[in-house]
Design a protein around this ligand. Sequence first.
Ligand code: PLP
Length: 374
Amino acid sequence: MDFCNLKSQYSLVKEDIDRRVLAVFEHGRYIFGPEITELEKKCAEFCGVKHALAVSSGTDALLMGLMAYDVKPGDYVITTPFTFIATAEMIALLGAVPLFVDIEETTYNLDPAKLAEMLKTPPVDKAKIKGVIAVDLYGQMPDYEAIEKVIADSGLDLFLIEDAAQSFGAVQRGKRACAFGDIAATSFFPSKPLGCYGDGGMVFTNCDTLAEKMGWIRNHGQNERYRHKIVGINGRLDSVQAAVLLGKFDLFVDKEIDGRDRIAAIYTEKLSKIKGVKTPAVTDFNRSVWAQYSIVVENRDALAAHLNAKGVPTAVHYPIPLHMQEVFADLGVKKGALPVSEKIAAHIMSLPMCAYKTQEDTDTVTNAVAEFFK
Ligand SMILES: *Cc1c(COP(=O)(O)O)cnc(C)c1O
């Protein structure tokens, strides 16, 4: 069994993807081709956001969001330690320091109450705290209403960036992922809910000024050809990847979002009955897009070995919280300082997930888990 069946997906949209990719080879506008504009328009409309800019990856999307706010050495940006490295890595790349706030035990997302605590008694000069990156972990968004209120109540002038790398397609209180915060950054890495055949991403904002600035940053800070207004990067998505995404887009929206939800529901139905398995909790104001279906168990390694022996691949997202990574050792955040993240990182495990799991697949997975706990 594959962890996610990307080949099944390709067989369904092969004609459309092949036609669109070959069209790029024919028209030759490999960079900023018409596919880019078409994809940006589709994504902006789908997410209900004014501006969408196609970029080179989710990592670069985060970087460009932070650059748009001029994050620099000496600044602090708040985020969670229970996320993929890129979230905190891009803060550090700009010379700023990530300030870690622990997660909720139910959703594994940034805990608004702990954010409020941090902002009430900041461990650093509060004028140096520039913003917050909230992460939509596993495809479910943190409570943005609560986070926005905490930020507003703090009286500090903080930006809010939504790391939506795992949540493209998710919904909270009637609004799509990528429509929260001042800027949202998503990823089209192949294994994300909507993935291309290489690296890709998108930044979103309703603000004209930020959109214009990120447009410059994406293309070496140019506001006109060979006029470099600010420091930027090569943050462009190429037309071929946009063609792939356009070929998949309708299938994702019409079928796969529901399909992923259906597989998750089957897993939860079966697995929540097993003593020893904690299934994921989706809050009543959220619809997850299930970037991962992750369970919490006591004896993770033994369960993984049991499942692997039965032909069921597993993964761990993520085994080490970021404050315990070697790269962030110099921040001096001690083991034990962020106990929820540490506990979940030690016990979380992801099961195979995509819209194309068959009944046989889900039976194999749930039966193998049940057998282990018997
Ligand atoms: C995947 C991911 C990223 C980075 O996206 P890439 O496209 O791989 O660069 C950033 N943040 C989170 C939470 C992710 O899961």
